[in-house]
Design a binder for this molecule. Structure first.
Ligand SMILES: [Cu+2]
Length: 491
C-alpha cells in the first residue's frame, strides 16, 4: 500500500490520537511551527477538569518532523502565569533547552520565543519545566521520523500517558512537605504487603501464563507511590471510554508510548499479544520480545506488534506500579466486539531492572576510554519530604563539571526507599552497569534507579552548556532532587 493511503487509513480510523503529519513539502513551505500553551477542559470520570494544553497550530496534540531538517518552532504562552517547554529527548543548544534559570527565563504571559535546532529522530515529547505544570498535562508527543521510518509501510500509534488528580498539585506538594499525604502513611508498615505481591498477576487480562516474566519482589521497605491519583489517562482518556485504534487483520502496528506521568512508573501490558520492544527513549535496541514491559516516568517505548489474522479485540493496558488502577487503549481488527474493561485490575508490582539488563543498544557509544566517574547518591525522602543529590537539595546548583570532549560515567546509587527516574538533559547516555553487572545496554536519556540499586551510565560531553540532571518524578524534583552538569572552558 502506498505511504499516503496508509497515513490516510490511520488518520481516518483512529478516533482521537491521529497525529497530524507535516509532509516534507508542507514542512518546507511553512517551516515554522506555531506551538501554543493554553488551557482546555477535559472530562475525567464524568467530571470536567481544567488542564493545560500544548498545541500545534493545526489544533491537535503532537506533530512530526523530518529528521535532518532544522526544526523551527515558535512557542507562545497564552496562560496567565509563566511557562517554558523542554524538548525531552532532543539535544538542542543549551539556551534552547527550555529550563528556567539554566537555559532561558520562563516566558511571561503572551510572550513568544523562537527555537531553531536540528531535531533528533525517535519517540520524544515536550513538557513544561516550570513548577508542577506537568501534573496538569502541560505535555505533548514530539515524534521525529527518520527517512527510513517514513519509508516503512507500517501503522503507527502514539500513546501519551498521564496520572491525573482533581486536586491542585501545589496543594499536594505542600501536604507532602508538611509530613502528610501518602508519603507519611507509606513510611510506616502499611505497604509491607507490597513486597510479597504476586507477580503472576501481570497479564491477567488475557489469562496468559506470565511465569517466565518472573520479577523479583521489591525491598520490604520500598514505597511505590507517594500520591494517590483519581485516574490514569491514555491520550487523555480512561477505560470508561478508551481510545479505539482500528488495525488491519494480521497487520503490524508500532506503538510509540510515552510515560508523561508526573509521578507514576508503569507497566505496558499487551495482554494476549506479544510485542517487540525496538527502541527506548527514541534509541534503537536489539528487539526484545515480551508481553509486559516496564516504562519509568518520562521514558518512551516503541513496541511493534504483529496481530493475529482475523477479527479481534486486544486491549493494551498501562498499569502503574503499586496500585490496581489502570488505563489503556483497545486495538480492534475487523468486526471485533469491544467489551467494557475494568478501571481496576490486579495490583501491579514494582518496576525493576530485569528487562533493562537484557537491552542492548543497536548503536552504542564508540569504544573510547572513560575520562572520569562521577558518583551521585540519590538521597532524602524523610518525613520532611526533602529530596536531593549527594545529600543536597537544589534546583539549579552545579552538581559536577565536565569539559567538552570528555567521556563521563555517572554512577548512581539510590539510598532512598523510592525509585527515581533520572534524566540528563542535552545528551543521551548508555547504561553500562546495573548492580555490579556489566552490560552494553540501551542508549537513553532517562534511567530508572530503584531503591538500593546502583546504576552506571556513560555519556560523551559533546554539547557545551549548563544541563539539568534530575529525578523526573516532578514532586521529588521540586523538593530538591535536581542539579546541573556544567561545562567549564566551553568553546
Ligand atoms: Cu525521584
Amino acid at each position: 500500500m502506498p505511504l499516503i493511503s496508509r497515513r490516510h487509513f490511520i488518520a481516518g480510523l483512529s478516533s482521537t490520537a491521529a497525529i497530524p503529519l507535516l509532509s516534507r513539502a508542507a514542512f518546507a513551505a511553512k517551516d515554522q511551527t506555531q506551538l501554543t500553551v493554553d488551557t482546555r477542559v477535559i472530562e475525567v470520570k464524568g467530571k470536567a477538569a481544567k488542564v493545560f494544553s500544548l498545541d500545534a497550530a493545526r489544533g491537535k496534540q503532537g506533530f512530526n518532523f523530518d529528521a535532518g531538517q532544522s526544526l523551527r518552532l515558535r512557542l507562545t504562552n497564552r496562560l496567565s502565569e509563566p511557562t517554558l517547554v523542554h524538548w525531552h529527548g532532543q539535544t538542542p543548544p543549551t539556551e534552547q533547552d527550555g529550563v528556567p534559570v539554566l537555559s532561558q527565563p520562563a516566558l511571561k504571559p503572551n510572550e513568544s520565543y523562537d527555537y531553531d535546532f536540528e531535531p533528533r529522530a525517535g519517540t520524544h515529547w515536550m513538557h513544561s519545566h516550570v513548577g508542577l505544570q506537568e501534573q496538569k498535562l502541560l505535555a505533548a508527543p514530539m515524534i521525529v521520523r527518520s527517512r527510513a521510518d517514513v519509508a516503512t509501510d507500517e501503522q503507527e500509534h502514539v500513546v501519551l500517558l498521564h496520572d491525573f488528580t482533581f486536586r491542585e498539585p501545589e496543594e499536594i506538594l505542600a501536604e507532602l512537605k508538611s509530613g502528610g499525604g501518602d508519603h507519611a502513611t507509606h513510611s510506616g508498615g502499611g505497604m509491607s504487603g507490597m513486597a510479597g505481591m504476586d507477580h503472576s498477576n501481570m497479564g491477567n487480562m488475557s489469562g496468559m501464563d506470565h511465569s517466565k516474566m518472573a520479577m523479583p519482589a521489591p525491598d520490604a521497605g520500598a514505597m511505590l507511590n507517594d500520591i494517590t491519583f483519581d485516574a490514569f489517562l491514555a491520550n487523555d482518556r480512561t477505560l470508561d471510554d478508551p481510545e479505539v485504534v482500528r488495525v488491519e487483520k494480521g497487520g503490524r502496528v508500532r506503538l510509540r508510548i510515552i510515560n508523561g506521568a508526573a509521578a507514576s512508573n508503569m507497566w505496558v501490558d499487551l495482554g494476549g499479544l506479544e510485542g517487540e520492544l525496538i527502541a527506548v527513549d527514541g534509541n534503537e535496541i536489539e528487539p526484545v520480545k515480551e508481553k509486559v514491559f516496564p516504562l519509568g516516568i518520562a521514558q518512551r517505548a516503541d513496541i511493534r506488534i504483529s496481530l493475529p489474522g482475523g477479527s479481534g479485540v486486544w486491549p493494551v493496558l498501562f498499569r502503574p506500579e503499586g496500585t490496581q488502577q489502570q488505563t489503556g487503549i483497545v486495538l480492534v481488527a475487523g468486526d471485533g466486539q469491544i467489551a467494557r474493561i475494568a478501571a481496576e485490575g490486579a495490583m501491579a508490582p514494582a518496576l525493576d531492572l530485569a528487562m533493562e539488563l537484557k537491552l542492548k543498544a543497536l548503536k552504542g557509544l564508540a569504544p573510547e576510554p572513560l575520562t572520569r566517574t562521577e558518583m551521585v547518591m540519590l538521597t532524602g525522602g524523610d518525613k520532611d519530604y526533602v529530596w536531593g543529590l549527594n545529600g543536597k537539595a537544589s534546583m539549579h546548583d552545579t552538581l559536577f563539571t565536565v569539559r567538552h570532549g570528555e567521556r563521563i560515567a555517572i554512577m548512581m546509587h539510590n539510598m532512598t526507599t523510592m525509585s527515581h527516574p533520572m534524566h540528563l538533559h542535552g545528551h543521551h547516555f548508555q547504561v553500562v552497569n546495573i548492580n555490579g553487572q556489566k552490560i552494553e545496554g540501551a542508549m537513553r536519556d532517562t534511567m530508572l534507579v530503584p531503591p538500593n540499586a546502583m546504576v552506571t551510565v556513560v555519556f560523551d560531553a559533546d554539547n557545551p552548556g549548563n544541563w539539568a540532571f534530575h529525578c523526573h518524578h516532578v514532586y521529588h524534583m521540586n523538593a530538591g532532587m535536581m542539579g546541573a552538569v556544567a561545562y567549564v572552558n566551553a568553546a
